[in-house]
Design a protein around this ligand. Structure first.
Ligand code: C5P
Length: 410
């Protein structure tokens, strides 16, 4: 709906590639960027040059590839300050743990890190590394510092890693990189002036100070939706249960634990134009959580459970503070459409995004969803969670544009 193509055509990208096996995706990324009419200049770190050759990148980008901070030829032809300043966007792909650490700490000991320190352009990083390296508190802290400085991030995705391990650390796929690049080059501000509330992640319900009831939600889908809405100009409050994800850039994140705390944070964020409830809220909590650690005795304790407040249903209640559009999620393992239909009516929300979780959706990077509204069902193809978030944000922007103030969407 943004008509971004003409705006984006002719933009220039400075692509900084560090040393990781994900560098094998870089030639395809350059080819696709060039097909879109974008100019690409590449900086290759020394380690990056072990995975992909400068000749390949030069042939595909149609421009020299820069590698050496102290190269007289490179400095006279295109000094590193000019390289840093002439691009419309700097993309770091793959962004290794080492390069993220250098960026976070302001190190400048090679051409890549020096250029990244010298640039005043927006930066997008695409982390790629082993799962333990990504999860390491040092990397997470570096990533948080970069996000707080406004560095944008796409991925990493989850899956089989080149090192043979499984988990988070795969560089985002090329289509996701292209989408993230486009949304930064030509921000489509279709939600400018709008306020959005997104819930994400699991809730954690205490049994005692040590034990709790929780679920497998990673928060990936909700976080991606918050980011997609913010990229379109919305002022977004993300109320999230505990996740391993960094706070999305440009979003006000409110961390919570229990369903009751999530509801209170949501109510404090009102009024909003749209609320998207993607959190996996625990249906029940322990009626009387113990203030001390329960002792292990011969007979296990009997936990009496009481229902948690339904945040989606509460936000959907008619009234002056009801958002114009309320979107819920339905994770189902059987009779997906029927159950999702019933859920939409029972909760009083406008749309339900229904997903079949009988396959490995929790923690995964792709999602197959149906969008259920009062006017029908749309089946979406299997997409990455980032792509689902983008498509949903587009639909939300269209719906809010069509809605007159004070009127609910259908
Ligand atoms: O009832 P069920 O958990 O299947 O409904 C899923 C939808 O309702 C999701 O959008 C979820 O975020 C929301 N929900 C909620 N509060 C609850 C339970 C679910 O907001 N207590």
């Amino acid at each position: 709906m943004c008509g971004t193509e003409t705006v984006i055509h002719g933009k220039s990208i400075l692509l900084v590639s560090a040393g990781g096996i994900a560098a094998c995706k870089v030639p395809d990324l350059i080819r696709r960027l060039r097909e879109q009419g974008k100019a690409v200049r590449c900086i290759l770190t020394e380690a990056g040059g072990r995975f992909v050759t400068p000749l390949t990148l030069a042939a595909l980008s149609g421009a020299p590839v820069y590698q050496d901070l102290f190269s007289l030829k490179d400095e006279t032809e295109m000094g590193h300050i000019r390289l840093a300043r002439e691009a419309d966007l700097v993309v770091v792909a793959p962004a290794t743990a080492d390069l993220l650490a250098k960026m976070a700490h302001g190190l400048a000991d090679d051409l890549a890190s020096t250029t990244l320190l010298a640039t005043d352009r927006p930066i997008l990083v695409a982390p790629a590394m082993n799962v333990q390296m990504w999860r390491h508190p040092a990397t997470q802290a570096n990533q948080a510092v970069l996000a707080a400085r406004g560095v944008h991030c796409v991925g990493p995705a989850c899956g089989a890693l080149a090192c043979g391990e499984e988990g988070e650390g795969r560089m985002a796929e090329v289509p996701d990189l292209l989408a993230a690049i486009d949304s930064l080059l030509a921000p489509c501000l279709s939600l400018a002036g709008r306020r959005a509330l997104v819930t994400s992640g699991p809730t954690v319900e205490a049994i005692d100070p040590v034990r709790y009831i929780a679920n497998r939600s990673s928060g990936r889908q909700g976080h991606a939706i918050a980011e997609a809405l913010a990229r379109r100009g919305a002022r977004v409050t993300l109320v999230s249960g505990p996740t391993a994800l960094p706070d999305p850039a440009g979003v006000h994140t409110v961390p919570v634990e229990s369903a009751r705390a999530m509801l209170a944070a949501c109510e404090a964020a009102l009024p909003v134009d749209v609320a998207v409830c993607a959190a996996a809220v625990a249906d029940w909590r322990v009626e009387h959580a113990s203030s001390h650690k329960l002792k292990k005795k011969a007979a296990p304790p009997v936990l009496s459970l009481v229902p948690n407040p339904d945040i989606l249903a509460t936000l959907s209640q008619p009234g002056p503070r009801r958002p114009a559009l309320v979107v819920g999620f339905a994770a189902e393992t059987e009779s997906l459409i029927d159950n999702a239909h019933r859920k939409r009516l029972a909760k009083g929300c406008d749309w339900i995004v229904a997903n079949d979780v009988s396959t490995d959706v929790f923690g995964g990077t792709t999602n197959t969803v149906h969008l259920i509204t009062a006017s029908g069902i749309a089946q979406w193809p299997t997409m990455t969670k980032i792509a689902v978030a983008e498509a949903l944000a587009e639909r939300i922007a269209s719906a809010l544009t069509e809605t007159r103030p004070g009127e609910q969407t259908c």
